[in-house]
Design a protein around this ligand. Structure first.
Ligand SMILES: [Zn+2]
Ligand SMILES: [Zn+2]
Length: 368
C-alpha cells in the first residue's frame, strides 16, 4: 500500500479542499468507465481519499494507526468504496458488489534506534485488527441460515427506473436500497460478528527488522493485515521504520559521522585514542600535526547495507580544542613555545581561498 498522500499527490498538510480537488481530478482520469485498465490505481486513489477525507481517519493515519480499526469496520453497511464513487458519479460500479472482499492493508510506524537499525532486531507489535469470526467461519450467517438473493433487485444489486422528462425518456440506475448493492441479503446474521464474518481483536505480531533499515523503509508483512469482510483474504501489514536520532552518530545513508574533540597538545603531538563505535571500543590513530576539520575514517564501522551488501564507514571529524582558563604556569609554557617557534607576533596575512577553511568546505560540498 502506497502512502495515501503520495497516491493523491498532495502534501501532508493539504487542506480538505485540496484533497477533494486532487481526488476529483484523479478519479476523472482513472474511473473504470473511462480507463478500464487503471482499475487498480482507481481503487488505490479511492482508498486514499476515503481515509484523508475523513478528519478522524486522517488523524489516525497520520499517527501511524490503522484507520480501519473502528470507523471502517462495518464499511459494508456504512461509508464504503461504492458510496464514494456514487457521491461523485451518481452511478457507481455495475452489478452487485461482492460480499466477500479482501481485507484492508494497514500501515504501522515503529521507532527504531540506530543500533537496532544497524544490527537488526525483532519487535513485538500490538495491533488492532480483524480476524475471521470463529462462530460462522467468515460466512456471516447464523448457524443453519444462508445468504439469499435480494427480492427487490433479484440479485443485480441495482434498480433501474425509466422517467419521462422534456428531453425524452431517461433511464436511471441506482443502488438497491434493500441489499445496499450486494444483490443478496443475510436475513439471519451471525450474532458474534453481526454478519461481517470477522471480529475485532488485539493481537501481537513479531516483526523482524533486518540490519540496514533506515527511516522510511517499509517492511511488507503479507497477509498480516485484517481479514476481509465475508471471510475474504487478509490484507497486508506494512511496518514503516522511523529512525530515532542518535546522540552521537549522524547517519548519511550507510555512512556514520561523529565529532571527536581533541586537545591542541594531542593534535600537535599525535595520539592513539580509543573511541566507542556502534561495534564497541576501537582505537584510532591521530597523527602528529592534525588540523581541526581533518577526518579519520574507520572502514566498515558505519551502517550495514540492506540485504547483506557490506557496510559503510564511520567518519570521525576531529575538532582541535584551543585551551582556555590557563594557569600561570601554562601561560608561561605557551609563551615559551611561542618564542621558540617565532610566533610571538604571527603573520597576519589572509589565507588564499583554495587552501583555507572556506575553500575546503566548498570542496566538501562540490565533492572535489
Ligand atoms: Zn460470525
Ligand atoms: Zn437488492
Amino acid at each position: 500500500m502506497a502512502d495515501h498522500y503520495q497516491v493523491l499527490g498532495v502534501s501532508r498538510d493539504a487542506s480538505a479542499d485540496e484533497i477533494k480537488k486532487a481526488y476529483r481530478k484523479l478519479a476523472r482520469e482513472l474511473h473504470p468507465d473511462i480507463n478500464p485498465e487503471e482499475g487498480d490505481r482507481f481503487k488505490e486513489v479511492t482508498a486514499a481519499y476515503e481515509v484523508l477525507s475523513d478528519p478522524q481517519k486522517r488523524q489516525m493515519y497520520d499517527l501511524g494507526g490503522d484507520p480501519f480499526s473502528s470507523g471502517g469496520f462495518n464499511s459494508a453497511a456504512g461509508f464504503g468504496f461504492g458510496d464514494i464513487v456514487d457521491a461523485f458519479f451518481g452511478g457507481g460500479q455495475r452489478g452487485p458488489r461482492p460480499r466477500t472482499r479482501r481485507g484492508q492493508d494497514a500501515l504501522i510506524r515503529i521507532q527504531v534506534s540506530l543500533e537496532e537499525a544497524a544490527f537488526g532486531t525483532t519487535k513485538d507489535l500490538t495491533v488492532d485488527t480483524a480476524v475471521r469470526c470463529s462462530v460462522c467461519q467468515g460466512a456471516g450467517t447464523a448457524q443453519g441460515a444462508s445468504i439469499i438473493d435480494c427480492s427487490m433487485c433479484h440479485g443485480r444489486g441495482e434498480i433501474q427506473s425509466v422517467q419521462k422528462s422534456f428531453i425524452g425518456q431517461v433511464m436511471t440506475t441506482r443502488q438497491c436500497p434493500q441489499c445496499n448493492g450486494f444483490g443478496t441479503l443475510n436475513p439471519h446474521p451471525c450474532a458474534e460478528c453481526a454478519g461481517d464474518g470477522r471480529v475485532r481483536t488485539r493481537s501481537t505480531i513479531t516483526v523482524n527488522i533486518p540490519p540496514g533499515v533506515e527511516g522510511g523503509t517499509r517492511i511488507q508483512m503479507t497477509g498480516q493485515g485484517e481479514v476481509g469482510p465475508g471471510g475474504g483474504p487478509s490484507g497486508d501489514l506494512y511496518v514503516e521504520i522511523i529512525e530515532i536520532a542518535h546522540p552521537v552518530f549522524q547517519r548519511h545513508g550507510d555512512q556514520l559521522h561523529a565529532t571527536l574533540k581533541l586537545p591542541v597538545t594531542a593534535a600537535a603531538l599525535g595520539a592513539n585514542l580509543e573511541v566507542e563505535t556502534i561495534d564497541g571500543p576501537q582505537s584510532i590513530n591521530v597523527k602528529p600535526g592534525t588540523q581541526s576539520g581533518e577526518t579519520v575514517v574507520l572502514r566498515q564501522f558505519g551502517m550495514p547495507r540492506l540485504r547483506g551488501n557490506g557496510r559503510g564507514d564511520l567518519i570521525v571529524h576531529l575538532e582541535v580544542q584551543t585551551p582556555t582558563d590557563l594557569s600561570k604556569e601554562q601561560e608561561e609554557l605557551l609563551n615559551q613555545l611561542a618564542q621558540l617557534r617565532g610566533e610571538e607576533k604571527p603573520a597576519a596575512n589572509f589565507t588564499e581561498q583554495s587552501t583555507g577553511l572556506f575553500g575546503k568546505l566548498k570542496d566538501a560540498f562540490t565533492g572535489r
